[in-house]
Design a binder for this molecule. Structure first.
Ligand SMILES: NC(=O)c1ccc[n+]([C@@H]2O[C@H](COP(=O)([O-])OP(=O)(O)OC[C@H]3O[C@@H](n4cnc5c(N)ncnc54)[C@H](OP(=O)(O)O)[C@@H]3O)[C@@H](O)[C@H]2O)c1
Length: 327
């Protein structure tokens, strides 16, 4: 197995997976959304196919000649995205990938899901058997896509593995950067008590999980949660970040409920107008949802072993942000 298609290979996780595949000698083709500057080309080290994941023919073309596919495309955390678009990208896009992979007899499909399919976790740590409980449109569509994957697997026996990454941090991430910046600038306000658990996973650990999913014989037909192992209450996480940034830990707290109402109102006005709401419920879920997961299944079946503890992951992320002058 040598030729790997990575859908969403220019995104945060995708860019790291592409780099690792190249380091390990794979030949990489990336499917990236068409842009004026992204005609079918090569960036010098890998081939780029400009295609929208919703375009079944284009996905089929991109799959030609490939031995395996890692499917990452998602309209991730777009608060303003409507239901139709979320389903088209996350669900129909996945269906296009599965059909094309089946048609071209690829040897492995690694489908990227999310721990978000479990929603907020009641009994911690959760694992792959924890009931699904998506709490927003993104998680809901990721779950519909994952169910589609398993139906397809039962029907075709296409060798598929599902990875559910834990929330990622690391170089090239711009989502968690906002949290680090707010803490550094003393602008972070805790909504609620900060007692929901949070479990940031360092990007390199998650990439390790994808590499095992791509190659390990025991990975086929299984879903794996991958990431770091340490989870802490959000208030402890922000204190750790403040310590690593050498600033005072955030002190201001406000009740969560009024903010939830405000977020709901913002969404009801902005989403129909296709505007990204300044406040949306998904952002609020950051303060609400318990995220605490076990990676034992991946450890036992695949030999997965996270290399970064939480403090090391935060430190490495902060170092990179500083190198970019982002902090
Ligand atoms: N980051 C996390 O914490 C996390 C946690 C769990 C699971 N995941 C999953 O990991 C995967 C990658 O996430 P990420 O953090 O790397 O997000 P990302 O940086 O937003 O990457 C997603 C990629 O998908 C591309 N894309 C979106 N819509 C497309 C379309 N219609 N056609 C073709 N490409 C399209 C985006 O291209 P554009 O740049 O053109 O928009 C982007 O390159 C996703 O499946 C996500 O659900 C992420």
């Amino acid at each position: 197995m040598n030729k790997i298609l990575v859908t969403g290979g220019k995104g945060f996780l995708g860019s790291h997976i592409v780099a690792r595949l190249q380091q390990e000698g794979y030949q990489v083709r990336v499917l990236a959304r068409p842009r004026p500057d992204a005609a079918p080309s090569s960036n010098g080290s890998y081939e780029v196919i400009a295609a929208d994941i919703r375009d079944a023919d284009a996905v089929e073309q991109a799959m030609r000649g490939m031995d395996a596919v890692i499917h990452l495309v998602s309209n991730f955390r777009k608060g303003g995205s409507d239901k139709e678009d979320a389903y088209a990208v996350n669900v129909e896009g996945s269906q296009n990938v599965l059909r094309a992979a089946h048609k071209h007899h690829v040897q492995r499909v690694v489908h990227c899901s999310t721990i978000g399919v479990h929603g907020t976790v009641l009994s911690i740590p959760a694992n792959e058997t924890t009931p699904f409980n998506p709490t927003d449109l993104y998680q809901e569509t990721k779950l519909v896509a994952e169910r589609l994957v398993w139906k397809f697997y039962e029907k075709t026996q296409l060798p598929i593995t599902v990875i559910r990454p834990i929330s990622l941090i690391g170089p090239h991430d711009t989502r968690m950067l906002k949290l680090f910046r707010m803490i550094q600038q003393g602008r972070f306000i805790m909504m609620g008590q900060g007692d929901a658990f949070f479990q940031p996973a360092y990007i390199d650990d998650v990439v390790d999980g994808f590499m095992l999913a791509l190659t390990h014989p025991q990975a086929v037909g299984e879903a794996f949660i991958v990431g770091g192992e340490e989870y802490v209450p959000l208030r402890e996480l922000v204190t750790m970040i403040a310590e690593e940034l050498h600033v005072a830990p955030p002190k201001i707290r406000i009740p969560l409920e009024p903010m939830l109402i405000a977020a709901s109102l913002c969404e009801s006005v902005c989403v129909p107008l296709k505007i990204e709401p300044p406040l949306h419920r998904r952002r609020m879920s950051f303060f609400q949802n318990n995220r605490a997961f076990s990676v034992e299944k991946a450890r036992k079946l695949l030999g997965f072993e996270p290399q970064y503890n939480l403090r090391e992951a935060l430190r490495a992320t902060i170092r990179w942000y500083k190198e970019q002058n982002w902090l």
